[in-house]
Design a protein around this ligand. Structure first.
Ligand code: FDA
Length: 317
């Protein structure tokens, strides 16, 4: 049993490592079977394709957050182009009266090149969203970017309330971060964490991550945090954690509009339907674009069986 667990941890680490390889990226995106398997998680490469899927999901009662795929850009021009794409997406969402926020990765907006310029770009996006009555969600990436990402979030929150930041419960620092975030009446997304982190930074064992998730929800749903108006998005497909959240909020008399549940496109769709039927607010994270390789590999790392399943489905066609 311990050997199987160890092998699973090593496989996940190897797949996450591979998600950062530019060479593997160039090779995999050219493979038609890989593109077909990726479609389960990334329904389109263009904005019109994504918009059609947002409209379909809205029709089922789900809210959406739209992610224009891309990360770790290496030039200011690429970062500017990404910011422009987000502004265009916000305008399109408003024009079509769709119910969708946007999710941005700060390394796509140049965080790794110049944090100041990244802040300017994300401010432009948040300003546009504010003008259009929308919200910008900031994804959380590798731990070397956590501090800078939170700094930008705090800076934005001085002027804007239409911004949400993701925190990863696998990081040891998150307990302290959450304390500061909720004390300012934040808007937060709680997730387990999808990257490869060292054991002195993050819990290596899944059961410890799950326990940390429960502790984080307990913290955010405490009367003290709720009194500051902190809003929380619970981003997980883990049914036990979702049940824990809904039971606990019901028992504490926390209304259903004080939080939402978020899931990734194409994962546990039957559970998504059940939550909608039960009257919970559900938001689907919908990625689109040509830069799907790292995102796709993280989904495979979370569940390597996805690859086998996807290829088997292809062979059956
Ligand atoms: P867990 O991995 O325990 O999965 C629970 C169950 O869900 C599994 O048993 C399986 O049934 C199903 N499942 C989970 N992943 C699957 C997959 N890939 N394929 C098929 N089934 C799967 N991370 C991050 O570091 N920064 C971020 O900004 C975000 N943002 C974000 C937004 C949203 C809306 C979600 C749902 C998740 C993220 N994440 C993220 C990813 C997150 O950190 C985590 O890696 C995944 O959600 C997988 O963990 P679960 O919480 O689903 O639990």
């Amino acid at each position: 049993m311990a050997t199987v667990r160890w092998a699973a941890v090593m496989l996940r680490a190897a797949l996450i490592q591979l998600s950062r390889s530019r060479q593997a990226n160039r090779w995999v995106v050219r493979l038609p079977p890989a593109r077909s398997v990726a479609r389960r998680f990334v329904p389109g490469e263009t904005l019109p394709e994504a918009m059609a899927e947002v409209a379909r999901l809205n029709g089922t009662g789900a809210l959406v957050t739209l992610d224009h795929l891309g990360e770790h850009v290496t030039s200011a021009d690429e970062a500017d182009a990404a910011a422009q794409k987000y502004v265009a997406a916000l305008e399109e969402i408003a024009q079509r009266a769709l119910k969708s926020t946007i999710s941005v990765k700060l390394t796509q907006l140049g965080l790794g090149i110049d944090p100041r310029l990244c802040q300017d770009r994300v401010t432009r996006i948040v300003e546009t969203a504010h003008r259009l009555g929308n919200l910008v969600e900031i994804d959380m990436e590798e731990s070397q970017h956590t501090e800078a990402t939170l700094d930008i979030y705090y800076h934005l929150r001085k002027t804007f309330d239409n911004v949400r930041v993701c925190v990863q419960v696998y990081l040891y620092r998150t307990v302290a971060d959450l304390e500061r975030l909720w004390s300012q009446g934040g808007n937060l997304r709680l997730c387990k964490g999808a990257y490869r982190e060292a054991p002195d930074i993050a819990f290596p064992r899944k059961q410890d991550v799950d326990r940390a998730f429960v502790r984080a929800m307990d913290q955010i749903f405490s009367p003290a945090a709720q009194s500051t108006g902190t809003y929380i998005a619970i981003a997980t497909h883990d049914e036990r954690l979702i049940n824990w959240a809904t039971d606990m909020t019901d028992s504490r008399g926390i209304p259903r509009d004080a939080y939402e549940i978020q899931m990734l496109y194409g994962i546990r769709t039957e559970l998504q339907r059940t939550l909608l039927d039960r009257g919970y607010t559900l938001r689907v994270y919908l990625p689109f674009g040509t830069q799907w390789y790292p995102y796709f590999m993280r989904r495979i790392a979370e569940r390597p069986a996805n690859l086998i399943l996807g290829l088997r489905n292809l062979l059956r066609r």
